[in-house]
Ligand binder design. Structure first.
Ligand SMILES: [Zn+2]
Ligand SMILES: [Zn+2]
Ligand SMILES: [Zn+2]
Length: 135
C-alpha cells in the first residue's frame, strides 16, 4: 500500500492519518496532537526552505495564470478582467490593499501630528528626521 492509500484508508476509518488514534468529531485527518506537530513541521519547513517555497508559489501562480485561473484560489478567473484574480479574490485584494493604504496614511498623519519622525518615531520637525534621511 502506498502512503496515499494508507492515508485514504485511515481517513475513511476516521483515524488520525499519522498515529491512527480514533478522531473526535470535528477533527479531520489529524488528531490535535499530530496537527500541532504537523503545523510546527510545516512552519519549520517553510522557514528553512523559504527560497524553494517562494519559487513553488511563483511557479504555481504562473501555471494558474496560464490556465486562466485565479492565482489566489485556483478557480476559474471568469470575466474578472484581471490577469491574476477571479472577481471574488480581486474584490478581496482591493479591500485589503485599500485598508492597508488607509492605515499607512493614518499612521503617517498621527506621527506627524505628534511631531515624530515617520520612520524611526523619534521627535523630529520634519516628516523624516535627518538621521533617517541619511540612511
Ligand atoms: Zn495523531
Ligand atoms: Zn480567486
Ligand atoms: Zn527618523
Amino acid at each position: 500500500m502506498t502512503w496515499e492509500q494508507t492515508k485514504a484508508a485511515r481517513r475513511a476509518a476516521g483515524e488520525c492519518i499519522l498515529c491512527r488514534r480514533p478522531l473526535a468529531p470535528g477533527n479531520k485527518n489529524f488528531c490535535p496532537e499530530c496537527r500541532d506537530r504537523n503545523n510546527e513541521y510545516n512552519r519549520t519547513y517553510i522557514r528553512e526552505n523559504w527560497e524553494k517555497v517562494k519559487k513553488m508559489q511563483y511557479d504555481r501562480a504562473k501555471k494558474l495564470q496560464r490556465e486562466g485561473k485565479c492565482t489566489c484560489c485556483g478557480k476559474d478567473r471568469g470575466n474578472s478582467g484581471s490577469e491574476l484574480f477571479c472577481p471574488k479574490c480581486l474584490e478581496r485584494n482591493r479591500q485589503y490593499e485599500s485598508s492597508r493604504a488607509e492605515s499607512k496614511k493614518a499612521r503617517y498623519y498621527t506621527l506627524r501630528a505628534a511631531g515624530l519622525c515617520t520612520v524611526c518615531r523619534k521627535p523630529s520637525k520634519k516628516a523624516v528626521c535627518d538621521e533617517c534621511r541619511k540612511k
